[in-house]
Design a protein around this ligand. Structure first.
Ligand SMILES: Cc1cc2nc3c(=O)[nH]c(=O)nc-3n(C[C@H](O)[C@H](O)[C@H](O)COP(=O)(O)OP(=O)(O)OC[C@H]3O[C@@H](n4cnc5c(N)ncnc54)[C@H](O)[C@@H]3O)c2cc1C
Length: 405
């Protein structure tokens, strides 16, 4: 449940509260989390009480209704702590809540979103399958009409929060395979429904304390009211709505993680002496720090710029993809340089930077891997230039637009 006073805070006061939560609770609890191999219950409780599950949900549905720019600013703060904390509520605030908000029926919205915002109803987003990863539209899980409901059969993998979710949003084929994305629908499936089994992997390389899960769906029966939006064939559009929202959160996560890694590394370099002086005094080291800082600022600016465009009323999907691509690659470059600058401490012991180095690697794979974004953006450039000579999601002033003041 959200602490009552949180609802009365203006954004600046809320941002300060989240920054304090990060510094006073989340970062100090990282070591306990790593030792326990899971996010401590107290930290999860603090996330819920401080409204982190509610940032993207409208006020009339129990949320805090921050704009996308504000959600990005909040993410930059709370992901200075391990991004594993974010994993535990990411599927609620991005992928699932936004698909439900824009594509759910009134009953589906009002029955779920207030509990999701309070952190009392955890949802997972089950799209990826063993044979359908980057090519998600080729998924083979099926939902067949049986009696007055549906029977779902299939297998999902790599699903964040699936093992402890209350409910899964399962993407399944209701049309023929030849229909591709147009034959996909989304269903609410209680995780404890008969026929649902979840399994954790034997090992995670990064994100170890918030493992993804496999899901078997064997003859799972759900009613008609489990169909998202009450219509078949709209599952992929709903998935993309959640994914575009989540991609901006992921871009901001990359910046938050990189900020912490750079701060921690620069502090180490200022105190570690070699050749009779702090390492921070070496020109080559300063050059490394400068390149990291420039990468970080570029990623931050791109992410905030895409968020502002989002708040302008459209979903600028190409600029969002560019922000996610650049920020995740920049975080990878920064992580690698920071580990180098830490020397042996980057490999031996329990310094937070090498742990974050492992964690940020996954951010170049999920929410669209970097090569897939590059390919899609290149195709979009070719398509749009072929159409009217401009770039996708262009912000340049085109002929006929009113003069700018
Ligand atoms: C930590 C984590 C959390 C996740 N959480 C979720 C979740 O909550 N819900 C969910 O549904 N899924 C989730 N996923 C799955 C994620 O979306 C997929 O891993 C991702 O889409 C890639 O699919 P794949 O792993 O099958 O890789 P593949 O599709 O096998 O691709 C492997 C690699 O091949 C290359 N490649 C593939 N296609 C192309 C192309 N067209 N052009 C150029 N290169 C290409 C890329 O380098 C890519 O990384 C998660 C994954 C991870 C690692």
């Amino acid at each position: 449940m959200i602490d009552p006073e949180v609802h009365g805070l203006d954004f600046d006061a809320y941002l300060k509260r989240v920054a304090a939560l990060t510094d006073d609770v989340l970062i100090p609890a990282e070591r306990e989390m790593v030792e326990a191999g899971e996010v401590p219950g107290q930290a999860l409780d603090a996330l819920a009480r401080n409204g982190l599950f509610a940032i993207s949900v409208p006020r009339d549905l129990g949320g805090l209704a921050w704009s996308m720019t504000q959600q990005v600013l909040l993410t930059l703060e709370f992901t200075r702590a391990s991004c594993v904390y974010r994993s535990r509520f990411s599927t609620v605030i991005g992928l699932c809540s936004q698909a439900i908000l824009d594509h759910g029926t009134e009953a589906q919205r009002t029955s779920r979103l207030p509990r999701m915002a309070a952190g009392e109803h955890i949802t997972a987003f089950a799209l990826t399958e063993p044979g359908a990863g980057s090519d998600a539209a080729s998924l083979t899980t099926t939902a067949r009409r049986t009696g007055d409901g549906w029977t779902i059969e299939g297998h999902k993998r790599y699903i964040t929060n699936a093992h402890w979710a209350d409910e899964l949003i399962v993407f399944a084929r209701t049309g023929s395979p030849s229909e591709g994305a147009a034959g996909v629908s989304a269903f609410f499936v209680p995780r404890r429904a008969e026929g649902v089994t979840t399994r954790l992997p034997s090992r995670m390389n990064g994100h170890a304390e918030a493992p993804v899960a496999e899901i078997d769906l064997a003859g799972v029966r759900v009613g008609d009211d489990a169909l998202l939006g009450g219509r078949t064939g709209t599952g992929f559009a709903a998935a993309l709505r959640g994914i575009n929202h989540a991609r901006l959160h992921v871009a901001a996560t990359c910046v938050g993680q990189a900020t912490r890694m750079l701060e921690e590394t620069a502090a180490h370099l200022g105190s570690r002496e070699q050749f009779g002086a702090p390492l921070a005094d070496l020109g080559a080291v300063q050059g490394d720090l400068g390149r990291c800082y420039a990468d970080l600022e570029a990623a931050r600016a791109l992410t905030l710029d895409a968020a502002r465009a989002f708040d302008g009323g459209t979903v600028p999907r190409h600029r969002i993809a560019a922000a996610k691509l650049f920020a995740s690659e920049a975080a990878g470059r920064i992580a690698d340089r920071c580990v180098q600058l830490l020397g042996g401490e980057g490999i031996v012991g329990d310094h937070p930077v090498p742990r974050m180095w492992r964690d940020v690697r996954a951010l170049r794979i999920y929410e669209g891997s970097s090569p897939v974004h590059e390919r899609n953006l290149g195709r979009a450039v070719n398509r749009q230039v072929g159409r009217d000579g401009t770039l996708p999601d262009t912000y340049r002033v085109t002929r006929g637009a009113p003069p700018q003041p």
